[in-house]
Ligand binder design. Structure first.
Ligand SMILES: NC(=O)c1ccc[n+]([C@@H]2O[C@H](COP(=O)([O-])OP(=O)(O)OC[C@H]3O[C@@H](n4cnc5c(N)ncnc54)[C@H](O)[C@@H]3O)[C@@H](O)[C@H]2O)c1
Ligand SMILES: [Zn+2]
Length: 401
């Protein structure tokens, strides 16, 4: 801590308070996380105070509970097997899966009541099992009760394991907008169980790969080449490829948060949001029918075409990006892209304005500048984006238009 008293003027005096808070959370890769003989979870429960019994509440995504009906019982059995250190304050609670949990303030209020009534203290745990939406929403609630309870995330989608679950943010959607409310709340631990991904529908399995393309394009040319060579293995559900994809993508996200100099996003630059201005707008415009990963893939395509038109990305690299995304099974055109506002402009372009507001007034977008490198841009030309959407429609939209 560093405090200094300065005389700013005759009449004003300031005491400058500076403090640094450090966070540590392991991201553990495991299998069978709730098998009683798997130490991953109990090790994290005991990490800070090894001798006492900790209270915990568990939350399970409805989609996960449907696909793995025994999972809530497995969690209870796990706690019984480790009763010396872990006691559940109630049975695991099943919560709505997908974006609807982030959209419903009634559900958020119920979750907060449930956590607040669980008798948890600041050394207790909230164990969250689910996709990125459930991690975001339950994590948001947990970050508010007692000014922040410890969370242990068990991400159950590709996207949650390689991106949403390993970061430091929570969020919910209010007023029709995406992530309009949220907190910075690093987890206590993240337990990525690859086996849980087996039951993902194909669309969700593919969707999570979008964030891997995103970080690879901006930060790691070698990883991009690896992905490009294996794009078709993604829709074919090649598990070995997916496991490596998740690990590398999670590492790149963790590296960025740790070394990027702005983990709590106080500055304007937001490189991990490459492709996201259009993605968030598309998600909201589609009434949340288009999920986050699918929307990000289309957003990457738009911004890559823009970068090509500006001469930042050579045409060959833009083509490689589009080809790889197509090969991985992503749709790069969505009918929402053609929706027009009263003034004739594309509604999707409002995403630029929303993004600017979210950043705090100044627009700062990240674009690829060859594969593996990036540039931040403070001003963009909406008419150029119009041309990019026209191009996407002509190449990937419905025939005969
Ligand atoms: N906090 C962050 O830093 C961050 C980063 C990226 C994305 N996100 C958020 O993550 C959300 C998207 O998360 P997502 O892509 O994981 O999708 P999701 O959470 O919307 O889940 C998609 C669907 O899969 C189901 N599901 C989850 N796991 C399953 C399993 N193992 N088997 C069968 N079905 C399963 C869910 O019930 C849901 O219906 C968005 O809201 C996005 O904004 C947050
Ligand atoms: Zn994202």
């Amino acid at each position: 801590m560093n405090t200094a008293r300065t005389h700013e003027s005759e009449r004003t005096e300031a005491v400058h308070q500076r403090l640094t808070v450090s966070f540590h959370y392991p991201v553990v890769f495991t299998r069978g996380v709730f098998r009683a003989d798997n130490p991953a979870l109990i090790d994290q429960v005991r990490r800070l105070e090894s001798d006492r019994q900790h209270r915990a509440l568990a939350f399970v995504d409805r989609g996960v509970a449907d696909a793995w009906p025994k999972l809530p019982t497995d969690i209870e059995r796990y706690a019984e097997a480790h009763a010396e250190h872990l006691r559940l304050a109630g049975p695991p609670r099943i919560v709505p899966g997908g974006e609807r949990i982030k959209n419903d303030l009634g559900v958020i209020r119920d979750l907060m009541h449930h956590i607040a009534r669980g008798g948890l203290c600041r050394h207790s745990y909230v164990v969250i099992v689910g996709g990125g939406a459930v991690l975001d929403a339950v994590g948001f609630c947990a970050s508010l009760i007692h000014r922040g309870l410890r969370t242990i995330r068990v991400p159950t989608t590709v996207l949650a394991q390689n991106d949403a679950g390993v970061g430091v943010k929570t969020g919910i959607n209010t007023d029709g907008g995406k992530n309009t409310a949220g907190t910075f709340a690093p987890p206590h631990a993240v337990l990525n169980d690859f086996e849980l991904l087996r039951t993902l529908p194909d669309g969700e399995w593919i969707a999570g790969a979008a964030e891997a393309f995103k970080v690879a394009i901006l930060k790691d040319a070698e990883f991009f080449a690896w992905l490009e060579a294996r794009a078709e293995a993604i829709p074919a559900r090649d598990e070995a490829v997916m496991e490596r994809l998740i690990r590398r993508c999670a590492e790149l996200h963790l590296d960025h948060i740790r070394t990027g100099g702005d983990p709590f996003e106080t500055g304007a630059a937001r490189p991990l949001d490459f492709g996201h201005w259009a993605a968030h707008q598309l998600e909201a415009m589609s009434g949340w029918r288009v999920g986050h990963g699918a929307a990000v893939a289309a957003g990457i395509a738009v911004d890559s075409l823009y970068a090509e038109r500006q001469g930042w990305l050579i045409p060959r690299d833009a083509e490689r990006i589009l080809d790889a995304l197509r090969g991985a099974g992503f749709a790069l055109w969505h009918p929402e892209f053609d929706r027009r506002a009263a003034d004739g402009s594309r509604e999707i372009l409002r995403g630029l304005e929303t993004f600017r507001e979210h950043l705090g007034g100044d627009l700062c977008l990240t674009f690829p500048e060859r594969i593996g490198a990036r540039r931040e841009v403070g001003a963009v030309e909406p008419s150029e984006f119009e041309a990019c959407f026209d191009l996407l429609r002509s190449r990937f939209g419905p025939r005969g238009r």
